[in-house]
Design a binder for this molecule. Structure first.
Ligand SMILES: [Ca+2]
Ligand SMILES: [Ca+2]
Ligand SMILES: [Ca+2]
Ligand SMILES: [Ca+2]
Length: 327
C-alpha cells in the first residue's frame, strides 16, 4: 500500500477524458455529499450478497490459516449468512480539505462497516498508533489492488489519515480490532505473534482515495480490507511527551482537525501543524514538553497555572514558572 500511497500523491488530480476528436475534457470532481450515499448503497448491496468463511472461524479445521475468504451467496451457498448479519457500522465526518477539490463541503457523514472474525488477545490500537499488519485490499468487484500476505508491514495510522494520502478509512477500521499476544522473537530475527486479531472493514471512497487517480483504484471506489492485526506501538509523533492520540482534542479519531494555534500559524504565514505534529501547541514560544509534567509511569500530567480551565500547553497566555526558566 505504501507504493499506492506514493502513486496517489504524485498523480494528477484532475480528471481528463479523451474524446473522439482528441480534445481533452476536464471533468470537475463530484461532491462528497453526492458520492457518500451512492457508495453506501453499493456497500450495502455487497454486504447483502456476500458471505465469509464464518463456519471455519467458528469450528476451525486442522491447520486452518485464519484467513478470511469471501464468496457470493448463490447456488450451493444460497443458505449462507450474509456479511450484513456480522458487521457493525460507524460514521465519520469528512471535509473537502482532505482531498484536492475545487469546492468546500464540511462534516459530510460517511458510514463504514467492520466485523471481527477472530478476537485478538491483545489491546486495540488508536487511530494515531503504528500497527504491524498483514492485509489485503480489494474493490467491491473482487479485484485485489494491494496485499501483504506473509510476514507483515508497519503502517503509521496517523500518516495514513493525512489529507491527500487517501486511506483514512484504514485507520478508522484498524481501531476496532484487538492485536495479538506479546511478540516472540525467533532465532532468525523475525518475530511471531499468537492469537492476533483478524477482521475486515469496508469504507466509502470519501474515507479512501475519493477522486484521486491511480492505476489500481478507480475514482470513487469503496474499498474492502481484510487484516491480521499482529501488534502495534503507541506513537508520539512530535516527541512532546503527549501520545498523539491524546492530541486528538475533539476525540473524533481524526488528527488533522485539532490545531490549537491555527490562527497564529496563519498570521505568521507558517505551514499549519496539527497539535500532534507541533512541539509548541499553543504557539506561545514555550515548548509543550516544558508546559506539562509527568507521573512516575511517564504519563503526561497537564497543568492549569492560571485556573482558567485551559491547560498551560494549550493556553497561549499561561505557562508554568519551570517553562520560563528553560526557555
Ligand atoms: Ca480530531
Ligand atoms: Ca499548530
Ligand atoms: Ca504537540
Ligand atoms: Ca507552548
Amino acid at each position: 500500500m505504501r507504493k499506492v500511497l506514493v502513486t496517489l500523491g504524485l498523480l494528477l488530480l484532475i480528471v481528463a477524458c479523451k474524446k473522439d476528436d482528441d480534445s481533452v475534457e476536464i471533468v470537475p470532481p463530484l461532491f462528497l455529499s453526492e458520492v457518500a450515499p451512492e457508495d453506501d448503497a453499493e456497500i450495502r448491496a455487497f454486504l447483502d450478497s456476500h458471505f465469509y468463511n464464518y463456519e471455519e472461524f467458528e469450528n476451525p479445521p486442522t491447520n486452518f490459516d485464519y484467513r478470511i475468504t469471501l464468496d457470493t451467496i448463490a447456488g450451493d451457498n444460497s443458505d449462507k449468512r450474509p456479511l450484513s448479519e456480522f458487521v457493525q457500522s460507524r460514521t465519520a465526518l469528512v471535509n473537502s480539505f482532505e482531498f484536492t477539490l475545487d469546492y468546500e463541503e464540511s462534516d459530510i457523514e460517511h458510514t463504514y462497516y467492520y466485523f471481527t472474525a477472530r478476537e485478538g488477545e491483545g489491546a486495540k490500537p488508536s487511530t494515531a498508533d503504528s500497527v504491524f499488519v498483514r492485509y489485503q485490499g480489494q474493490l467491491l468487484n473482487g479485484n485485489i489492488f494491494d496485499q501483504v500476505a506473509d510476514g507483515g508491514v508497519w503502517f503509521d495510522l496517523a500518516q495514513i489519515q493525512a489529507p491527500l494520502q487517501g486511506f483514512r478509512g484504514f485507520a478508522e477500521g484498524m481501531q476496532h480490532f484487538n492485536s495479538g499476544g506479546i511478540p516472540i522473537v525467533n532465532n532468525d530475527g523475525t518475530f511471531s505473534v499468537e492469537n492476533y486479531g483478524v477482521g475486515m472493514f469496508i469504507f466509502p471512497s470519501g474515507l479512501g482515495a475519493f477522486n484521486s487517480l491511480s492505476a489500481r483504484i478507480p475514482q470513487y471506489a469503496p474499498l474492502v480490507f481484510q487484516v491480521d492485526l499482529l501488534t502495534y506501538n503507541p506513537t508520539d509523533h512530535d516527541g512532546d511527551g503527549i501520545p498523539s492520540i491524546q492530541e486528538d482534542l475533539n476525540s473524533n479519531g481524526y488528527l488533522y482537525d485539532d490545531n490549537t494555534d491555527a490562527d497564529y500559524e496563519n498570521e505568521i504565514n507558517s505551514n499549519l501543524f496539527a497539535d500532534f505534529l507541533d512541539t509548541d501547541d499553543d504557539g506561545d514560544g514555550y515548548r509543550t514538553r516544558l508546559e506539562i509534567t509527568f507521573d512516575q509511569e511517564g504519563n503526561p500530567v497537564f497543568i492549569d497555572t492560571d485556573n482558567d480551565g485551559i491547560f498551560d500547553h494549550l493556553d497561549a497566555d499561561s505557562w508554568p514558572p519551570s517553562a520560563e526558566e528553560d526557555n
